[in-house]
Design a protein around this ligand. Structure first.
Ligand SMILES: [Zn+2]
Ligand SMILES: [Zn+2]
Length: 439
């Protein structure tokens, strides 16, 4: 498609834009290796698009990604990587030994899909069904993990082709069960990184707010701790017409729900990003009966290890005191879930310098606020500094559709952009890390 200047617009604007683009490419002259990576990525793109469509129309739920995992392992083997399988059931690791000395670095992708019935209009839309909790549901790559897995294969392929120029070792991680079951944690616990220990981890997540070609980032915290609790408040139960005869667990529960919100507003700074949501509150079976118990379940979101411990202490204190004041028995089960993703600021800054060069402009980089959602990439950050970038996937000609929705569709144009960029990020990181270690 050619673009013509709309009538009436002065041609000098377009001349100025062209000059700006030329200035930008002059500001970021590509090295011969960078040019090779770009050429390899371009050549590989049709194959990657086919792989992505195949994975997209054959989605698999967490810990069941046997087909996807087989594709990944087979692809890695064809590239000549050392392949290890079976971590967390379907997890795969491909190890590329570069031709130059250097440390170990890792790229991670997740492979699992969601129990959502796809409603997109593409010919490769998923028709796969599964039974979850006794109910039939569609299965869909509604979080873009098909794109993540494809880019992992793409970067492995491109870097394998320039292996002689790769410093150190690159570990490619295809992880199961990000959505449901903490596949990252399981792989680590099963010893996936015992003898090959990456000194840095990189990953993408697709971003449903940014157009393809743009890269979102947050330096520091990027996602929240996903903690929570269940609380059972117990009583003897009595007639609803004589509420003085027993402790009312519904009233006690209601007081706790309200007090938790007051606690967030009055005991935490507005900069602390604390959320407590009691999303489930069950008790009772008839209007004139005070039930013998009520049950609350809550999700608790915040950032960092210190903050989550403070929240647990405060919530425990509040629940204990309110229940004791009312004379109610209780049982509080508090759980620390997926920790928050912390993007190492130094690692982020260095990768952003590469991104600015490769994407050709600082305006392609979009600073984002941390989210209150969860992401188990955080577990890799417990091993070594890590960074996850958000890769724009909104198609140019469509409205954005949200991840985890039945109509989510990512722009395939993001795949070569992501592959080319990550190959350069990994190479730059390795080159710099091996220089630093020599000093
Ligand atoms: Zn998701
Ligand atoms: Zn996801």
């Amino acid at each position: 498609m050619t673009h013509r200047a709309p009538a009436g617009r002065p041609a000098c604007i377009y001349a100025a834009l062209l000059a700006l683009i030329m200035l930008q490419s002059a500001a970021y002259p590509a090295t011969p290796l960078e040019k090779r990576i770009k050429a390899l990525t371009d050549k590989l793109t049709p194959e990657l698009i086919d792989i992505r469509r195949d994975i997209h129309c054959n989605p698999e739920l967490g810990l069941q990604e046997t087909r996807t995992s087989g594709i990944v392992a087979g692809y890695f083997r064809k590239l000549g990587l050392e392949v290890r399988t079976g971590y967390a059931k379907t997890g795969v690791i491909g190890i590329l030994k570069g031709g130059k000395p250097g440390p170990v670095v890792a790229m991670r992708a997740d492979m699992d899909a969601l129990p959502i019935t796809e409603e997109s209009d593409v010919p490769f839309a998923s028709k796969v069904k599964a039974v979850v909790d006794g109910r039939e549901t569609g299965v869909m790559h509604a979080c873009g993990h098909d794109i993540h897995t494809t880019m992992l294969l793409g970067v492995a392929s491109v870097l394998s082709a320039v292996k002689a120029d790769v410093p150190g070792t690159v570990v490619f991680i295809a992880q199961p069960a990000e959505e449901c079951c903490g596949g990252a944690d399981m792989m680590i616990a099963e010893g996936a990184f015992k003898d090959v220990v990456p000194a840095a981890f990189f990953a993408y997540h697709v971003d449903d707010t940014l157009k393809a070609g743009r890269l979102g980032y947050a330096s520091g915290f990027m996602s929240a701790n996903v903690d929570g609790f269940s609380l059972e408040i117990r009583s003897t139960g009595c007639h609803g017409a004589s509420p003085w005869s027993c402790v009312d667990p519904i009233v006690v529960g209601a007081e706790i729900v309200t007090a938790l919100q007051v606690m967030v507003a009055r005991e935490f700074s507005v900069h602390d990003n604390t959320v407590i949501t009691v999303g489930s509150f069950h008790g009772g079976s008839a209007p004139n009966v005070i039930p013998p118990s009520a049950r609350l379940e809550a999700t608790v979101r915040n950032y960092g290890d210190g903050q989550r411990r403070v929240l647990k202490e405060k919530i425990t204190r509040l629940v204990t005191n309110i229940c004791e004041a009312a004379g109610a028995e209780f049982n509080l089960g508090y759980e620390f879930g997926t920790p928050s993703v912390y993007n190492d600021p130094a690692l982020t800054a260095r990768a952003l310098a590469t991104a600015e060069r490769v994407l050709g402009s600082k305006s392609a980089l979009v600073e984002q606020k941390p989210e209150m959602g969860g992401e188990d990439f955080s577990y890799f950050g417990k091993i070594a500094p890590a960074v996850m970038f958000n890769l724009g996937v909104v198609p140019p000609d469509r409205e954005a559709t949200a991840v985890h929705s039945p109509t989510f569709m990512a722009d395939e144009a993001a795949i070569p952009i992501g592959v080319n960029l990550m190959a350069n990020i990994l190479l730059d990181h390795q080159a710099q890390a091996s220089r630093t270690s020599k000093k």
